[in-house]
Each structure stands twice: as C-alpha cells, then as structure tokens.
Design a protein around this ligand. Sequence first.
Ligand code: APR
Ligand code: PHB
Length: 389
Amino acid sequence: MKTQVVIIGGGPSGLLLSQLLATRGIDSIVLERKTKDYVLGRIRAGVLEQGLVRLLEEAGCADRLHAEGYVHDGTLISYGDEMFRIDFTEHTGTPVIVYGQTEVTRDLYAAREAGDGKIEFEVEDVVIHDADTEAPFVTYTREGEPRRIDCDFVAGCDGFHGVSRQSIPRDVRREYEKVYPFGWLGILSETPPVNHELIYANSERGFALCSMRNATLSRYYIQCSLSDKPEDWTDDAFWQELKRRIPADQAETLVTGPSIEKSIAPLRSFVTEPMRWGRLFLCGDAAHIVPPTGAKGLNTAASDVHYLYTGLRDYYETGATDGIDSYSEKALKRVWKTERFSWWFSSMMHRYPDQSAFDIKMQLADLEFLRSNKAAQKAMAENYVGLPY
Ligand code: APR
Ligand code: PHB
C-alpha cells in the first residue's frame, strides 16, 4: 500500500490530523492498535480551548459541540471555605467550552467514517522504517497478516505508550519528566453539577475538582494516594471526602448519587525533544504529558496538530518546507508554556506529602495574590483559555 501520511494512533490527535488533511485532499491511513469502542471508552477531560474549537470547525466536526457544549466564561477557585472566580471573558474576551473530549473523539470518528477515511483497527507490531530518509515506510500486522505502507511522512499520534517516540534514536532524544506523588480519583455520576462552573479546590485534606459533562452528568475528582485503588473507595466515602474539600456552602447543595465510572489517574509532566526526526513527527501525548489540572492534554495536542497540518498542507500545495522544518521548534515553544501552567496550577492546588508549614503558607499566599490581583488573574485566564498558536 502507499499513502501520503501514515498516522499511528486513532485517538483525538491522530483523528483530528487525518480529518484536517482530508479537507485538503491529502491522503492518510490511521493505524490504531485497539478497537474503536476501546478508544471511545477512554476517560478524558471535559474542557476545550477556543483553538481546539476552531480546528474542529475547520475539520467540519464542531456541530455537536456547539449544540451540546457549555460556554464557560470563568472558573471558581476555592481554598477552605473561601472561594473566588477567574473571569475568562473579562480578562481575555474568550470563554472555554465544556464538552467531553470523548465526544470530540466520537465526532472525529463519525467524520472520518463519513468521508471514507482509512482507519485500520487492532493492528499489531507497528514498526517505523527509514524515517530519516526520503522514503519512510511502516510495517505492521493485522489478523496475523504482515502489511507494509510506503508513505511520504509518518505522524506519531500513538500516545505516551506508543512506538513513535521510541523510534527516535535514544542519543537524539532528550526527555524531561516530573512524577507527582499523588493521583486523581475520579467519578462520573448522573447527578446535577454542584455549580454551573468548575470548582478547583485546595483544602488541607487535598485537592478536589467539581466538573460536569451536562446538566445531569457530573464529573468529580479528589486527590488520592498513589497506593489507592478505585475499589478502596465506596461511593459514600468519596462523597464524604469531596464534601470536606469544597466550601461548606457548596457541600450543602452537592447532590450525590451512584458512580457510573470510577478510576484513578497518576499525574505526570513529561516532554520529549525534538518532536521531529526526519519524516517522523510526534503529536500529542506521544511527545508530552501534563497533569490534568487545567485540562491541557488534548488542548496542547491540538496546537501540535495545527502546526503539523499547516506544514504538510503547505508542503503538498506549494512545495514549501518551512512549516514542517519549523514544526518541532514551534510546537515545543507552546508545549513548554502549557507544561509550566499545568505544573504551576498543580503546585498551587494540591497538598504534597513533603510540604512544610512554610510551603503551605506560600501556597495560600499564591491563592490570596491571585484572588486580589487583576494582572495575576489575567495571566491565569490567558493560560486557561489557551495561549495563541
Ligand atoms: N500502534 C497503533 N496504535 C497505537 C500504538 C501502536 N503501537 N500505541 C498506542 N496506540 C494508540 C492508542 O491505542 C490510542 O488510541 O494511539 C492512541 C493514542 O491516543 P491518546 O493516548 O488518546 O493520545 P492523543 O490522541 O495524543 O490524545 C491526547 O487527549 O483526552 C486527551 O488527556 C488526553 O492528553 C490526552 C490527549
Ligand atoms: C473534566 O471535566 O474531566 C476536567 C475538567 C478540568 C480539568 C480536568 C478534568 O482540569
């Protein structure tokens, strides 16, 4: 087989790139190791930056998110019983859209299928060959049958545990990592959200987040120990702990109910450089990971996809190579800024096992400064709604 771009990974990064390329008549084949149902079953965050919304509009996949998504002009931040609001629209003129990123993935699959996009599921043994030549190719097996695709370019959109990053020689790659000493225990419940906006809560018992998917589906998280397992937490224990971590007036109105999903996610900051090697380009979680404080995972994958899509578009339409040649440098400039924001927001909102009394005082001073200083709020808002591409 031959195609212009082989995309490894059928998550939101790979699907968005494939769909955008298709709008310019650029042919791609997506190779996904799991089934579509498995990919759609992945738990994902629920906040979209405007940059991602615009890309989905360009890809022709934004109708449902505009119909069902919620425009959020701000977010709430609490510490103990204190709570204040960051007004995104006042400071930036831009809101965010609350819409499940799983729904984004579903919309992208629907668009690829409607456009007869080529997606191969349950592939195995994917190997990238000759990425540092003019004629890369990818081999893999499907149903035991060996396959080969010759291509012009390979997009590694296969997430943190994929093969693409590992295909860049170890002596070329520089990796940066921070592992956080706690996880997020999250539940989904068919209950009305406790507030019409998100609440990020710092409490002496640890972090909590009150989010939502729609008016009758809520998403809640509490910081938990890395040794915890979901089954260690009954629903009642979860609700009691959440109530202890959010302001009392919010806890009083919290509607609890049975969890329909319960899982624990570890927190990590990670970046690999460069994000390009020859004709292999890394996008999304294949190249970087952020802690979920601020929901920057998919929103940073989106800017990677934007840079790569526009670079490949220009290459195929005009022969220009400056877009693809500057991809890694441009993508990493924004990646590091979102890594910093996610790390800063996580540092301010979580309780760390080794924190001293002074450290906690610094955290509370950070929160008080953010609460009282318009410039600090503007900086927070600009990062939260999404820095420019
Ligand atoms: N061969 C083929 N597919 C693979 C391979 C492989 N060797 N390894 C991984 N994959 C597939 C996975 O099964 C997965 O569906 O690649 C896909 C990668 O998808 P994600 O892990 O969701 O990564 P990405 O598409 O970059 O999404 C980025 O979306 O919702 C957010 O928080 C989420 O930060 C994440 C972001
Ligand atoms: C979510 O709704 O799942 C969510 C929202 C904001 C975050 C993380 C997760 O920062």
